[in-house]
Design a protein around this ligand. Structure first.
Ligand code: AHZ
Length: 313
């Protein structure tokens, strides 16, 4: 008897290459037929360094004055970046992500499972971005959360007016006095973010004098997730600078209530600062929803719309 995994008779190598090449573009197929003559175009090491650093520093220069900064590139932040970048190609949008890998908690659907669940009507966002899904009636399922995250990310990164600085942490908020907002103590409006390399941010306790960098922006969207090592950054800072009395703290899991609350409560918290996604649950004492991501996508869309409204004021 033959095992299901028994190796097939090895085909003639040339026929194998031909088979594989049949589905490829012509230049790639031609290359595969000629691996013995293969060689890359010439390069010098400094050329590679300059290709990267020139662009990075030009971006630092350009985006030091941004129109809108998004803190955190999780499912909410990326959805906000997509919506903003698409609706307003005239705006200069910066996304700051503390991690090396953007995406936050949206690389898996829940626990360590692959599929991502979104309740309707968040399927509208999936169609807009071009993420395929299975329709299950009241909800839809993307076969892998990473397919959602990588698709949104690829669209955002391809936009001419959006720059992602990853491995970079927002350490503080830039503020200006705001005479119109004095609910709690002297009011401020948010006027940008204070940044540092994430590895530097993690070493303020054992190294001295590692001052940060800054980005000015009239509107900031914070989507740093619920409390955790980096999470709920902006709302915790608002409490310590006495712009919020206290945080209510994220409540237990209630999918039914949590998702509606997050979308409805996505709003400008102090002038110039819009909060979206799970960071909001810490302000409002909203429930968590666990592994269902529709509210993150639509909170991102609403945060983007709010940001445009505030920017245009
Ligand atoms: O690295 C963080 C993550 O990628 C990033 N971040 C946090 N603080 C930062 C800072 N500077 C720069 N100071 C920072 N970046 O923000 C991102 C947050 O992504 P997330 O996936 O944690 O939050 P989200 O609100 O976009 O999505 C929440 C997803 C959840 S949590 C949850 C539950 O606990 O029940 N359910 C869902 C769907």
């Amino acid at each position: 008897a033959q095992l299901a995994f028994a190796p097939k008779k090895v085909k003639d190598a040339a026929a194998e290459v031909e088979d594989r090449a049949a589905g490829l573009t012509k230049p790639l197929a031609e290359m595969m037929g000629n691996w013995d003559d293969f060689s890359f175009a010439p390069i010098r090491e400094s050329t590679v360094s300059r290709a990267m650093t020139r662009r990075y520093f030009a971006d630092l220069d350009k985006y030091a004055e941004s129109d809108i900064v998004i803190i955190g590139a999780g499912s909410c932040g990326l959805s906000a970046a997509y919506t903003l970048g698409k609706l307003r190609p005239d705006l200069r949008i910066t996304v700051i992500e503390a991690g090396v890998s953007p995406g936050g908690g949206a690389w898996l659907g829940g626990q360590l499972f692959s599929a991502m669940v979104m309740r309707k009507p968040a399927d509208v966002f999936l169609r807009e971005v071009g993420v395929p899904y299975e329709d299950e009636g009241d909800y839809v399922v993307v076969k892998h959360a990473a397919l959602f995250t990588s698709t949104v990310l690829s669209k955002v990164l391809a936009m001419d007016n959006v720059k992602l600085f990853n491995a970079t942490t927002v350490e503080d908020l830039i503020t200006r006095p705001d005479p119109d907002s004095e609910d709690i103590g002297p009011g401020v409006r948010i006027a940008g973010v204070v940044t540092n390399w994430t590895l530097v941010s993690m070493h303020h306790d054992d190294q001295s004098c590692m001052d940060p960098n800054t980005i000015n922006a009239p509107v900031v969207i914070s989507t740093t997730g619920h409390d955790g090592p980096f999470g709920a950054f902006s709302v915790k800072r608002l409490v310590s600078m006495k712009q919020l009395e206290q945080l209510e703290g994220m409540r237990g899991l209630d999918m039914q209530r949590a998702e509606d609350a997050i979308v409805k409560n996505t709003r400008e918290i102090v002038p110039g600062l819009i909060v979206g996604g799970m960071e909001l649950s810490e302000i409002d004492g909203a429930n968590r929803m666990g592994p269902t991501f529709g509210a993150m996508a639509l909170s991102g869309v609403k945060a983007a719309e709010e940001a445009i409204r505030v920017f245009d004021l």
